[in-house]
Design a protein around this ligand. Structure first.
Ligand SMILES: Nc1ncnc2c1ncn2[C@@H]1O[C@H](COP(=O)(O)OP(=O)(O)OP(=O)(O)O)[C@@H](O)[C@H]1O
Ligand SMILES: O=C(O)c1ccc[n+]([C@@H]2O[C@H](COP(=O)([O-])O)[C@@H](O)[C@H]2O)c1
Length: 200
């Protein structure tokens, strides 16, 4: 596979970063991307295909395979599928964000994730630093809306929550700021797909 060139963004643009294992990518990922772009006032979204989630013991399929599949499924002029963490040599999101902020000092980044990841967020390396550094956009996921809203991260950062009715302000908000959007949900996961034969 052709390695990604470092993606381009103009100074001042708001870029949503959507990190994931994408093992395999599916319509839930596409749905979250399009909803987040609309909801949070993003100029672009970069998919960060992870070399390996630091909290998952099971290694994913080879990154080239996941990037290729992601490019096949996610086709939108404002969305770019990247293997940026291979370029930066980072695994933990806090480290990836630090590297990207050094590389793009004039770009405004927003971290995007599904509700299941907000529920687990307090287990991530330097999670408070992430919250204090970039706005975070969270998209509803079947089964995880309540656990996300009651999660340690949601509670600790409760006063920095932007109400869903003001969601469009998130992209240009200063951190800490986060917003949970209760959009229509797509009930699909990579685990389900793998259990039905996965990539074949
Ligand atoms: N159907 C969905 N609705 C909302 N968010 C989703 C959905 N599927 C994935 N996401 C979000 O996409 C990001 C990447 O997820 P990931 O690639 O791990 O997919 P997954 O389906 O959760 O995989 P797995 O089942 O292997 O855990 C995460 O932030 C996750 O919360
Ligand atoms: O930084 C961490 O400690 C950390 C822990 C768990 C997940 N993440 C990131 O969260 C994103 C979603 O991961 P996943 O495996 O749920 O698709 C992906 O970019 C991971 O690198 C990051």
């Amino acid at each position: 596979m052709l390695r990604s060139a470092i993606p381009y963004a103009r100074p001042g643009q708001v870029v949503g970063l959507f990190g994931g294992s994408f093992d395999p990518p599916h319509q839930g990922h596409v749905h979250v991307t399009l909803e987040a772009m609309k909801a949070f006032g993003l100029d672009r979204v970069w998919w960060l295909v992870s070399p390996g989630n630091p909290l998952k013991s099971r290694g994913p399929a080879p990154i080239d395979q996941r990037v290729e599949a992601a490019r096949f499924i996610m086709r939108h002029p404002k969305v770019e599928v990247t293997d940026v963490e291979d370029l930066t040599g980072t695994r933990a999101t806090a480290d990836t964000l630090a590297a990207l902020r050094r590389l793009y000092p004039q770009v405004r980044f927003v971290w995007l994730m599904g509700a299941d990841n907000l529920a687990q967020f307090h287990k991530w390396k330097d999670w408070r630093l992430i919250m204090d550094t970039v706005p975070v956009g969270v998209v509803a996921r079947p089964g995880d809306r309540i656990s996300a809203r009651m999660s340690p991260a949601a509670r600790v950062y409760a006063k920095y929550r932007i109400d869903g009715t003001a969601r469009h302000l998130l992209g240009r908000a200063d951190a800490p700021a986060w917003c949970f959007v209760n959009v229509p949900m797509v009930d699909v996961s990579s685990t389900q797909i793998r259990s039905k034969g996965g990539w074949t």
